[in-house]
Design a protein around this ligand. Structure first.
Ligand code: MLT
Length: 267
């Protein structure tokens, strides 16, 4: 069931399925909670799955007109607000992909008492290099001027493995739909927010909850060697490589991803 929940003066859409221990699924850029469809279906058998559309994305309210950037901290605090609004108490599982992973790391830093298990999918702990920051600001301007469709050529081919691009038309069509439906103002605000995100590497060693680091074998954005380094820096973290998948491992190889997620959720 998708419901609209009032959080800090705006409404966030959230799909709330299943029962048991709560698990937050935090989507990547510039997508919405629909990227987790296969996980919501499968994990609702073992958990209460909460899959929100982040501020300004999907079916959540548009950003206020004056908003030009949304930081990872703001998104993370929204998630804490969402849990409070839903009266979800105690530690929860937090699983984020890519931008959702930046937010999950920030959530851990700001609300660590709320994190019982952490799952980092296809994400990075390092901040952007200066050229990447400049490119994000340029892309933000471009999306505002020309619309979210400009991301189809530049981003979509990098999101999935070559074999997915060539063969899995439903995954590619779904990604295309989510990108085209993303509001340009939100896309630009998230780009600017990602550009100024914190370097999470210094605090990886302090993460003290069970952690899974998961990456698609062919991820070109957050490559396996970089994710392996994240896992090595987090005490006791488990590392899982998803075969035949790129950056969007949960969509491209949902059965392997679901099995890895179930293994950490129900040890
Ligand atoms: C994502 O999938 O969320 C993006 O690739 C993250 C990014 O642009 O750094």
């Amino acid at each position: 069931m998708i419901q609209l929940v009032e959080v800090g003066g705006q409404r966030l859409a959230v799909e709330d399925r299943g029962s048991g221990w709560p698990l937050l699924l935090v989507h990547g850029f510039p997508l919405d909670h629909g990227m987790w469809a296969a996980q919501i279906e499968s994990l609702a058998e073992v958990a209460r799955v909460l899959a929100p559309d982040l501020r300004g994305f999907g079916q959540s309210d548009p950003l206020p007109a004056e908003c030009t950037a949304v930081t990872m901290a703001r998104f993370a605090d929204d998630l804490a607000g969402l849990l409070a609004a839903l009266q979800v108490e105690g530690p929860v599982g937090v699983c984020g992909l890519s931008m959702g992973g930046y937010i999950a790391l920030e959530f851990w830093r700001r609300h660590r008492g709320r994190v019982g298990k952490l799952i980092l999918c296809d994400t990075r702990a390092a901040p952007d290099a200066p050229e990447a920051v400049a490119a994000r600001f340029q892309n933000a301007q471009r999306v505002l001027a020309e619309g979210s469709s400009v991301l189809i050529d530049s981003l979509l081919p990098r999101l999935v493995a070559t074999e997915t691009l060539a063969g899995d038309s439903e995954v590619v069509a779904h990604l295309r739909r989510m990108i085209l439906e993303a509001r340009p103002q939100t896309v630009a605000a998230a780009l600017r927010g990602m550009a100024c995100r914190s370097d999470a590497r210094p605090w990886l060693g302090a993460i003290d909850c069970p952690t899974l680091v998961l990456v698609g074998q062919h991820d070109a954005i957050s490559p396996p060697h970089e994710m392996q380094a994240i896992a090595a820096a987090i005490p006791g973290a488990r590392f899982e490589m998803i075969p035949g998948a790129g950056h969007m491992a949960p969509m491209e190889n949902s059965s392997a991803t679901n099995a890895a997620l179930k293994a950490i959720l129900t040890p």
